[in-house]
Every structure is written in C-alpha cells, then in structure tokens.
Design a protein around this ligand. Structure first.
Ligand code: CMP
Length: 141
C-alpha cells in the first residue's frame, strides 16, 4: 500500500473560494502536503488526464469543466493514502456523500464535485507523475 496519493482541487473549488477551506480540511484529517501547484489545464491535458473515462457520456462535459479555471493538484501523504483520501472526500455525488466529508460540505453536484482523488495506488503513481517531476516530490522532506 502506498502512502501517497493525488488530489486535484477542481474549478468549482477555486471559483467558490474554497481552496483554503479544503486544504485545511485535508490537513486536519492528517494528510501532509508533499507537493502542490496551480495549473491551467487545456483540452489536451484535461483530456489525457481523464482518458480512462473517454467512452463515458460525461467525458466532454468533464473535460470542459476542468478547463474552466486553474486547478490545484496536490500530492498528499498519509498511511494508506488512497483509501484514506477517498474516505475524507466522500462519494462522487455530494447528495450521497457522508456528513462531514469534503464533497458533502463543498461540492455543487456530481460533475462539479470540488476535488478529485486517485482511486488506486497504480493510478496515484500515474497521476502524480502527470503533474509533478520526481525532484518536486523528493525535495520536499
Ligand atoms: P473524479 O473523482 O474526478 O473522477 C471522474 C469524474 O467524472 C468524477 O470525479 C466526476 O466529477 C465526473 N463524473 C462522474 N460521473 C459523472 C456524471 N454522471 N456526470 C458528470 N460528471 C461525472
């Protein structure tokens, strides 16, 4: 089990001025920030990141949404990080998310759901590599 995972604070989080609140929530849940940046995705980069969903009906909407404003990718560290982060953020649809989770507190709906989290150790490694170089992660001890 890996101790690192990737979160992305999505455009609705940025637009609603919730970056600080969500980061505070993650720190209070025991995650350590290993690396963080603010980036503007393009059709190509957002499309490549979510390529696994290419055949889904919501793919175009998802890519357009992720390009609306800058987003904030964050590498987070905690024991069993992938599972721990998914518990902390709650279900994809905020209507189904448990009380006290990030999405229950801040997400607008299933598409505009404030935060992305890797769903497996394998995807966490791929997604961290998508946004961060090895030196950006190793340097932050
Ligand atoms: P995320 O964890 O970033 O992974 C894939 C994303 O697709 C998911 O969060 C949602 O934002 C989005 N998504 C999943 N299902 C739907 C849906 N039915 N309609 C719109 N967006 C969706």
């Amino acid at each position: 089990m890996s101790n690192k995972t990737l979160a992305i604070l999505k455009p609705d989080c940025v637009q609603n001025n919730n970056i600080g609140k969500v980061i505070d929530h993650l720190l209070n849940a025991g995650f350590k920030i290993v690396a963080m940046k603010m980036v503007k995705l393009t059709k190509e980069t957002a499309g490549a990141f979510y390529e696994v969903h290419k055949e889904r009906p919501f793919y175009g909407e998802l890519v357009d949404f992720m390009m609306e404003t800058r987003v904030v990718p964050i590498v987070l560290e905690k024991e069993n990080a992938v599972v721990a982060l998914r518990e902390t953020i709650g279900a994809t649809d905020p209507a189904e998310a448990a009380d006290g989770t990030v999405r229950k507190l801040y997400a607008e709906n299933k598409g505009r759901n404030t935060i992305h989290a890797s769903d497996s150790d394998e995807n966490a490694a791929r997604e961290i590599g998508f946004f961060f170089s090895e030196t950006e992660i190793i340097a932050n001890k």
